[in-house]
Design a binder for this molecule. Structure first.
Ligand SMILES: Nc1ncnc2c1ncn2[C@@H]1O[C@H](COP(=O)(O)OP(=O)(O)OP(=O)(O)O)[C@@H](O)[C@H]1O
Ligand SMILES: [Mg+2]
Length: 475
């Protein structure tokens, strides 16, 4: 059954990482008893120069379920620090690069699989992805994308009809294979492996590749390596700030899950925080809270610092350390920018920004009954131009359970917000309302919500609630 017209098989794939030869193994895809397309991300197709109407479900299944090949499948080699311990036995154990293709934005993108079968790096594991794991990854990436986080997306999810056994899901559980659309699958751990095998030459070659493809504005400049590391620090700090503002806890910030492009990916035991609790920890196995919500900036900093070891094979370490010290400032600027937007403002003066964010976090921290993202949704939905007229109008009809002792926290926030509104011209109020809509999607994917959607799938095989929930992100 050949489909010469399948648009995915006719894209102009580029042998980018493939031509470098030293960073992958060629592997084969698993064959499955079933191929049911459960998710196709039509939002991504225009970036590939494709109209959704030109691409059939069968096209998706042929390319990303049967894995009809255009280029060789490449399982990438990498190591990584996992919860602080170096692990030289990693690598793509259940995925490969299906192909790399240039978007109409002229950026190079990866189609990377997850759950596509065993590879030389699978160790004792099955090379598979659970259907629930696939669904959760779709939810995380779509929600984060909507909230302005630089993230990979899921291009497709195909259910594959196998029984899988997992400790963290009622088993047997259903299987799937996902194709992820991402800027790059080159991880910090890709460089760490080169240090372990003591190959300065390969580190140089890989870094040149990274610069040419993902940092072309730096490539060829004097001090290009130094500028690269500084920009990576900035990108990672910014990404981390985006997670924090979104109330997102990634849960597994190991160096094999850190992209060299500063893009967020690999959504396993992640969670959106229910309320503002800095110690919130998403992974049940993270007993020490290493990757708790509030530890994420420190974890990213630690990962960037560790990356200096392999990069020092080709560039100066003291110079990198000096750049790393700027992490905090980059983080702060990006965090304030994101939070301000969520609160309705494009820019404010520095003291105004500090006051507003400070009052919001004090309120959310002191009144745990107000959900973190719920607060921003309530703000979006309650905001009225008449808030400017009288502080008493602000959240006048809220239904949060607030005790008398907690009331001053709300009063304080109201006061700060009111003062800011007074200083805005009246014409600015529509911009605030728009900004609130833009930055605060009304659907929040807390764990009970995800479980509810999964329940409908697992009990009734009803996928509509999931599709509806994701469509709601567009509002
Ligand atoms: N079911 C599995 N079969 C084979 N290898 C696996 C399996 N689950 C995880 N691994 C491997 O264990 C390591 C850590 O897994 P982790 O969950 O961070 O990555 P992943 O989710 O598999 O992939 P990615 O980081 O690309 O999203 C990776 O090398 C991964 O390939
Ligand atoms: Mg991973």
């Amino acid at each position: 059954m050949s489909h010469p017209s399948n648009p995915f098989l006719n894209l102009n794939y580029e042998p980018a990482i493939e031509s470098l030869a030293d960073y992958h193994d060629v592997v084969t895809a698993a064959e499955y008893p079933l191929h049911k397309l459960r998710w196709r991300n039509d939002d991504i197709l225009p970036t590939l120069g494709l109209e959704p109407s030109q691409v059939s479900d069968d096209d998706f299944i042929e390319a990303f379920g049967h894995f009809r090949a255009v280029r060789p499948f490449l399982a990438l080699r990498y190591h990584g620090y996992q919860f602080g311990e170096y692990n030289p036995q990693l690598g793509d154990g259940r995925g490969f690069i299906y192909g790399q293709v240039r978007g109409i934005d002229n950026e190079l993108y990866d189609f990377g699989t997850k759950g596509s079968g065993r590879t030389p790096y699978s160790r004792t594991a099955d090379g598979r992805l659970t259907l629930k794991g696939g669904v959760r990854e779709i939810i995380a990436s779509e929600a984060l994308h909507r909230m302005g986080v630089k993230t990979s997306r899921c291009l497709s999810l195909v259910e594959t009809g196998e029984d899988l056994w997992r400790g963290d899901e009622p088993s047997p559980t259903r299987s799937s294979v996902m194709v992820r659309f991402s800027r790059s699958h080159i991880r910090f751990g890709t460089f760490e492996r080169l240090r372990w095998i003591r190959r300065d030459d390969l580190a140089r070659k890989l870094l040149d590749h990274v610069l040419q493809v993902y940092y072309p504005h730096i490539w060829g400049k004097e001090n290009q390596d130094s500028i690269f590391y500084l920009e990576l620090v900035e990108r990672v700090a910014k990404l981390c700030a985006q997670w924090m503002a979104a109330g997102f806890c990634h849960a597994v910030l190991n160096t094999d899950n850190m992209s060299i492009t500063g893009e967020s990916f690999d959504y396993g035991p992640f969670a959106f925080i229910p309320n503002y609790d800095p110690r919130f920890t998403a992974a049940y196995f993270d007993h020490a809270g290493r990757y708790s919500y509030a530890n994420q900036p420190a974890a990213c900093y630690w990962n960037l610092e560790k990356l200096q070891d392999p990069l020092s094979m080709v560039m100066d370490k003291d110079d990198m350390q000096a750049s790393l010290l700027k992490f905090k400032d980059f983080y702060r600027v990006a965090y304030c920018e994101m939070m301000l937007k969520r609160l309705g403002f494009a820019t404010l003066s520095e003291p105004e920004t500090e006051d507003l964010i400070g009052a919001a976090l004090e309120l959310l921290s002191g009144v745990q009954a107000i959900g973190y993202n719920q607060f921003f949704v309530n703000l979006r939905q309650s905001f009225q131009p008449n808030w400017r007229e009288d502080v008493g109008n602000i959240f006048a009809d809220h239904d949060w359970e607030i005790t008398d002792e907690q009331l001053p926290l709300l009063e304080k926030w109201r006061e700060v917000y009111h003062q800011l509104l007074i200083r805005q011209p009246i014409a600015e109020l529509t911009n605030i309302a728009q900004q609130l809509q833009y930055s605060n999607p009304t659907i929040i994917f807390l764990r009970p919500k995800i479980e509810e959607l999964w329940e409908r799938i697992t009990v009734n095989d009803d996928w509509q609630p999931l599709y509806d929930a994701i469509a709601k992100l567009k509002e």
